[in-house]
Design a protein around this ligand. Structure first.
Ligand code: COA
Length: 230
């Protein structure tokens, strides 16, 4: 198993993985408003491939602005091929990418997803109580993580598009809240502007050394603001 930066040639495989994981309606979600027409965060899109070179995992992040002023990144989508789930790969991709995000100086990570899964990485609903999203979302699924302790202190307001533009109106208006979560949300198709990058030798992860699913946030330099371990 290997984790490497996403390259343009991965785009089709990623779309296939996302279709399998989230279905055809994945574009009609609230977080898609924050992503549409905006490029993912450079250097934070990774893929996992198996020993035969098949693409079995993807993770991307999008930039957002909180309250029109505070930069943050939106985790997702993440998807793991059905044959590879519950083997620790999702957790490895999340921890690896969060570590890279911290190294790049990002301070706040937001997502819409299942708290029972994301709590193990330090994401909490408490961290987003003063924030809102531009559309219907099950708020129990709106989670945040401070990569830098205190990064969310005093931060409040609407999570908006990184370019400050209004969210595009689309067919998601009127969706029921549970259909409007972010991590089951849509993704942009097409190649990404990531520069060619070498395979990350440090990220070569034989399946036998994948961490257990509940390794916990200790594997990352960042710490949750509040204890949120499962
Ligand atoms: C969610 C996903 C990325 C996790 O990747 P993974 O490689 O299977 O996850 P890990 O191996 O790191 O962790 C597996 C553990 O997480 C749990 N888990 C997986 N998805 C979960 C979810 N949505 N809610 C709660 N727990 C979840 C598994 O039951 C397993 O628990 P266990 O260790 O107690 O057996 C992957 O299952 C996937 O792509 N699913 C389809 C897309 C999807 O449903 N995404 C929604 C997430 S909000």
């Amino acid at each position: 198993m290997m984790i490497a930066p996403e390259q343009p040639q991965h785009a089709a495989g990623i779309e296939s993985l996302l279709d399998d994981a989230f279905g055809a309606k994945r574009h009609a979600k609230t977080v898609y408003r924050l992503r549409a027409g905006i490029e993912p965060v450079a250097g934070l899109s990774f893929v996992a491939t198996d020993e035969d070179g098949r693409l079995v995992g993807t993770i991307r992040y999008w930039p957002v602005l909180v309250g029109g002023a505070t930069p943050a990144i939106l985790l997702g989508p993440i998807a793991i091929h059905a044959d590879w789930r519950s083997k620790g790969l999702g957790g490895t991709l999340i921890r690896y990418s969060l570590d890279r995000a911290a190294e790049q100086g990002h301070r706040i990570v937001l997502l819409v997803g299942d708290a029972p899964y994301y709590a193990r990485f330090g994401f909490t609903r408490e961290n987003t109580l003063d924030l809102s999203l531009p559309g219907p979302v099950d708020l129990d699924r709106f989670l945040g993580l401070e990569l830098v302790p205190g990064a969310l202190a005093g931060v409040s307001g609407l999570v908006g598009r990184a370019d400050g533009s209004s969210a595009p109106a689309d067919e998601q208006d009127g969706l029921p809240a549970e259909a409007a979560d972010g991590n089951r949300a849509g993704e942009l198709a097409g190649p990404l502007p990531l520069p060619p990058a070498p395979i990350l030798s440090a990220a070569v992860l034989p399946a036998t050394v994948l961490p257990p699913p509940d390794l916990g946030p200790s594997a990352s330099p960042h710490r949750p603001r509040r204890s949120a371990r499962r």
